[in-house]
Design a protein around this ligand. Structure first.
Ligand SMILES: NC(=O)N[C@@H](CC(=O)O)C(=O)O
Ligand SMILES: [Zn+2]
Ligand SMILES: [Zn+2]
Length: 437
């Protein structure tokens, strides 16, 4: 049985440094000055120990676009970013709308072994929004799919959405909605506002997101289903979620559950960046305004928005290095998420490390129903862990990231918060910036 000794770590960044002995995939012992025979000793220098991060929203592009990312390269990026579980979106080619594709993704992820890759199943056949996919078959498959999404497209037909929320209740599934009313965003290229008008880009209005969020909250309440809102991007959406969560009689939560995620890029970047027409800033939903950014940070801090999800969206060079209108939307996220959260949420005093554990690990694990992730850093618990040096700063160099794509909007930025090591079931998957295969 392999043993790893983590010297000098601070669980949740609080208290004096302790040692953590990891054995047989679990945390065997936590205490000062543990002196044990170990196969490997990590000198962590007082690093913050947190449960491994869980990303509910990742695009790994396999099958179909292995030139943009593979399960292998995406898993490496995840491990280096501190993740121990990621949810791979269904908008692959072929689409993950059946048991064969989701089982392939699950098995390939286990073969690579750097992070648990949980496939997200499509809600509708071919993401076409017309006919429910075989949700039950995917749930019963070896991949045990629990999260379903047409991400990239909105499930805009309210009856299909209603059926999906009803049907997934049978096996405790969650429907993750890419909230975008397509009639309001036809041809949209940027957040509808002053900048888009000045730059001559067709607008993506905030209510295109908010109208779907409001509608689907009502449907979740009516059906008792579980709804998750992908990449919340506007202050108005945060307001609707706040209303929803405060509702319910006598402090009882309303029927159905609604959770939501925000991406690191929507917590930092605004549409001011669009002046250069550099498509690295093109993303869906679009970068919004400073007021939106401030509202989203607040909503994440107070729990209105449950968690951070990367929406890691790698693209091949030819799909990004072209004129704005032709470029695909999406940005890399797995290796920069912690840095952006440290910068926007920790340095600003909005979250402490306990709070980071909540929004990057515990809440996403509970939303997706992962029993072994997002657990306390304590004896007897599964050793899915990340060690973070909160003071170390590093400069983002897209070319050095593990992803095949290099479409990071954070290129050249100095970020605080560095992953020292990541452990998946007690095995080091990343250490000092290197993947451990
Ligand atoms: N976020 C994006 O801009 N793009 C995503 C799709 C999506 O998340 O909607 C992609 O698959 O590239
Ligand atoms: Zn989306
Ligand atoms: Zn996405």
């Amino acid at each position: 049985m392999s043993r790893v000794l983590l010297k000098d770590v601070r669980p949740y960044g609080a208290g004096e440094p302790v040692d953590l002995l990891v054995e047989g995939g679990v945390i065997a012992e936590v205490g000062a000055g543990i002196d044990a025979d170990a196969d490997e000793i990590v000198h962590a220098g007082g690093a913050v120990a947190l449960p491994g991060f869980v990303d509910l929203h990742t695009h790994l592009r396999e099958p179909g676009r292995e030139d943009a990312e593979t399960i292998d390269t995406g898993s490496a990026a995840a491990a280096l970013g501190g993740y121990t579980a990621v949810f791979a979106m269904a908008n692959t080619d072929p689409v993950a709308d059946n048991a064969v594709v989701v089982e392939h993704v699950w098995r390939r992820g286990q073969e690579v072994g750097l992070v648990d890759v949980h496939p997200v199943g499509a809600v509708t056949v071919g993401l076409a929004g017309e006919q429910l996919a075989e949700l039950g078959t995917m749930a019963r498959s070896a991949a045990q799919v629990r999260m379903f999404s047409d991400d990239g497209s909105c499930v805009h037909d309210p009856l299909i959405m209603r059926r999906a929320l009803e049907y997934t209740r049978a096996f405790g599934g969650v429907v993750a909605q890419h909230a975008e009313e397509p009639r309001l965003t036809a041809g949209a290229q940027a957040h509808e506002g002053d900048n888009a008008a000045r730059l001559g880009l067709a607008g993506w209005p905030a209510p295109a997101e908010e109208a779907i969020v409001a509608r689907d909250c009502l449907l979740a309440g009516h059906t008792g289903g579980a709804l998750h809102i992908c990449h919340v991007s506007t202050a108005g959406t945060a307001e609707i979620l706040r209303w929803w969560k405060s509702r319910g009689a006598d402090g009882e939560p309303p029927s159905g559950t609604v959770s939501a995620e925000v991406t690191p890029h929507h917590l930092l970047l605004t549409d001011d960046r669009l002046d250069t027409y550099d498509p690295v800033n093109k993303v869906n939903p679009p970068l919004r305004t400073d007021a939106d950014v401030r509202a989203l940070r607040q909503a994440l801090a107070d729990g209105t928005v449950d968690c951070v999800a990367t929406d890691h969206a790698p693209h091949a060079a030819q799909d990004k290095d072209c004129e704005w209108a032709a470029a695909r939307p999406g940005m890399l996220g797995l290796q920069t998420a912690l840095g952006i959260i440290t910068l926007t949420m920790v340095r600003s005093g909005l979250l402490d490390w306990r709070g980071v554990a909540r929004v990057m690990s515990e809440r996403p694990a509970r939303i997706a129903g992962l029993a072994e992730q997002g657990r306390p850093v304590a004896p007897g618990e599964p050793a899915n862990l990340v060690l973070v040096d909160p003071d170390a700063e590093w400069t983002v160099r897209s070319a050095e990231l593990a992803s095949l794509g290099s479409n990071s909007p954070f290129e050249g930025m100095r970020l605080p918060g560095r992953v020292v090591a990541t452990l998946l079931r007690g095995r080091l998957t990343a250490h000092e910036g290197k993947v451990r295969r």
